[in-house]
Design a protein around this ligand. Structure first.
Ligand SMILES: [Zn+2]
Length: 263
């Protein structure tokens, strides 16, 4: 019987020894999800700016580095962990105008990288939404990555129920392809990340996102993003105005990896 040469075991030993240090933690990383911002009035999806700033202070005080979402995606997909210690990522869905008027000045002052998930049909169109000029200005800062939230934010469950199977497949594809192409054309950026509207995800949608050229897609809830997790259903953590002090700390405390993805 031939012995296995020692050098063939070295990569295995190195990966076993290095894994915990490289990850920083086994639990993965929290990807925080926000919508709207207001100086004084909270709402179901509106956080007040003083509470948001306190959350950023808390991250600073606990040496949790806010990293670009894309670097967490790389780690989920088997790449290197973004930074040696604890990390978090910040995402904002829907493109409400307060993202520019309230949120952007804060992240600019603090130099925090963030990702906006945008559905382009509303941009420079709906009264509540951002304009293309505002998005372009934020992108130029180098801190703001703009990615896809489908073209017009449909409820895919309802659309599936009211369309024929072929029509539904074409509809899903057009929502994914048109959003990516429109954002790329208007902003001169690369779009390959997607947040599912209403957090609705199933196996067909995940396959459609991959076919449409996306590299990863995000749920709206479900806990922490973990290395090796499903790349087209990466969990996030919705953050509300009630997430103050101990409540916010609980969201940012390492939790067991969740194998089950939200539906
Ligand atoms: Zn949304």
């Amino acid at each position: 019987m031939r012995c296995r040469p020692l050098f063939t075991l070295i990569p295995l030993l190195v990966s076993v020894l290095m894994a915990p240090a490289a990850l920083g933690q086994d639990a993965g990383a929290p990807i925080l999800a926000y919508h709207r911002f207001d100086p004084t009035s909270p709402g179901p999806t509106t956080i007040t700016t003083p509470v948001f700033e306190r959350q950023l202070d808390w991250l600073d005080a606990h040496d949790i580095k806010v990293v670009p979402l894309r670097s967490v995606v790389d780690a989920v997909r088997g790449g290197q962990w973004p930074a040696p210690g604890r990390v978090a990522a910040i995402t904002v869905d829907d493109g409400h105008v307060s993202v520019y008027t309230q949120f952007y000045p804060i992240i600019l002052r603090r130099h925090v990288p963030v990702t906006l998930f945008i559905y382009p049909s509303a941009i420079s169109n709906a009264a509540y939404a951002l304009t293309w000029e505002q998005l372009a200005e934020m992108v130029r800062s180098g801190l703001v990555d703009v990615q896809s939230h489908t073209y017009w934010h449909p409820d895919f469950r309802k659309e599936r129920a009211r369309r024929t199977p072929d029509d539904y497949r074409a509809f899903v594809n057009s929502q994914l392809v048109r959003s990516k192409a429109t954002l790329e054309q208007h902003l001169g950026i690369k779009v390959d990340l997607l947040a599912w509207p209403f957090g609705i995800i199933d196996a067909d949608l995940q396959a459609a996102a991959e076919r449409a050229g996306y590299r990863a897609a995000f749920a709206y809830e479900g806990g922490w993003a973990a290395p090796g997790g499903p790349p087209y259903a990466i969990p996030r953590i919705p953050v509300s105005d009630r997430a103050r002090d101990a409540t916010f700390a609980a969201l940012l405390t390492p939790a067991p990896t969740k194998k089950d993805q939200p539906r």
